[in-house]
Design a protein around this ligand. Structure first.
Ligand code: NAP
Length: 244
């Protein structure tokens, strides 16, 4: 029987890397993407192949580029025809006042966090619809729901991702394709290395669970979500330790 396959964008570090390990453990073939850390991604994929006896394909490139995403899906077509699960995880943050934000940074944040989701969904959907099965999981943020001062572009991109999730879920439910978003709170990854000890302690005190979640905790949830019935769709699910 053909193993199920998953594409995880931004899989070299943080949540994406942990998600790759969780899906590999679940027996999925993996298509893994990142932009800069191709060497690390390849060696990590090799380890997962050896440990779990799965197949892997690494596609290093910029998911904010529609042309790159199209090329990646051509490789995917040769590798496994199409993916059963798409995890739109690649993302970047930008911290600073909107009035001081260069236009190019606005574009970079919007294209990396949101346009990439359009591109990957557009390319993944035809196979899913033809199979009458598929799962799309968008890794979003509490800021996409509530907004964050000094992260206006990031909040706008994740808010767009949430609206896209709800709209696409309605569009694809008749084809038995599930679309959900997981709105993370604070996860202990490179994205949060900017906090000093005092800032981190204050933030942890604000979170009812009392700590930054490990990427492995989110990853396990992403994997479990991909295994839920497709009737669970169009949801923005907070994964934030009760924070918001
Ligand atoms: P991270 O540790 O900084 O890792 C980011 C990943 O995205 C890396 O694999 C990076 O690849 C990849 N990436 C960045 N730009 C890319 C591009 N243009 N094309 C392809 N890959 C790209 O981030 P993280 O904390 O795991 O975050 C993952 C997702 O969770 C993001 O969407 C983020 O917005 C969301 N999130 C995170 C938090 C949090 O607290 N950490 C909270 C809410 C939401 P390279 O290694 O090659 O650079």
């Amino acid at each position: 029987m053909k193993r199920k396959s998953v594409l995880i964008t931004g899989a070299s570090r943080g949540i994406g890397r942990a998600a790759a390990a969780a899906f590999a453990k679940g027996g999925y073939d993996l298509v893994l993407n990142c932009i800069h850390s191709g060497k690390e991604l390849n060696s990590f994929a090799g380890k997962l192949r050896e440990e779990f006896g799965i197949q892997t394909l690494c596609c290093c490139g910029d998911v904010s580029s529609y042309a790159f995403v199209c090329r990646m899906f051509e490789e995917i077509a040769d590798f496994c025809k199409g993916v059963d699960v798409l995890v739109n995880n690649a993302g970047i943050s930008y911290i600073g006042l909107l009035e001081e934000m260069p236009y190019e940074e606005w574009e970079r944040v919007l294209h990396t966090n949101l346009t990439s989701v359009f591109s990957c969904c557009k390319c993944a959907i035809p196979y899913m619809v033809a199979q009458k099965a598929g799962r799309i999981i968008n890794v979003s943020s509490d800021w996409g729901v509530y907004g964050a001062s000094c992260e206006a572009a990031y909040s706008a991109a994740k808010g767009g991702m949430n609206a896209l999730t709800k709209a696409l879920a309605k569009e694809l439910a008749p084809s038995n394709v599930q679309v959900n978003a997981v709105a993370c709170g604070v996860i202990d990854t490179d994205m949060n290395t900017g906090f000093d000890e005092e800032e981190r302690r204050c933030l942890e005190e604000e979170i009812p669970a009392g700590y930054f979640a490990k990427p492995e905790e989110v990853a396990e949830f992403l994997y479990q979500l991909a295994e839920t019935p497709p009737y669970l769709t169009g949801q923005i699910i907070a994964f934030d330790g009760g924070w918001m």
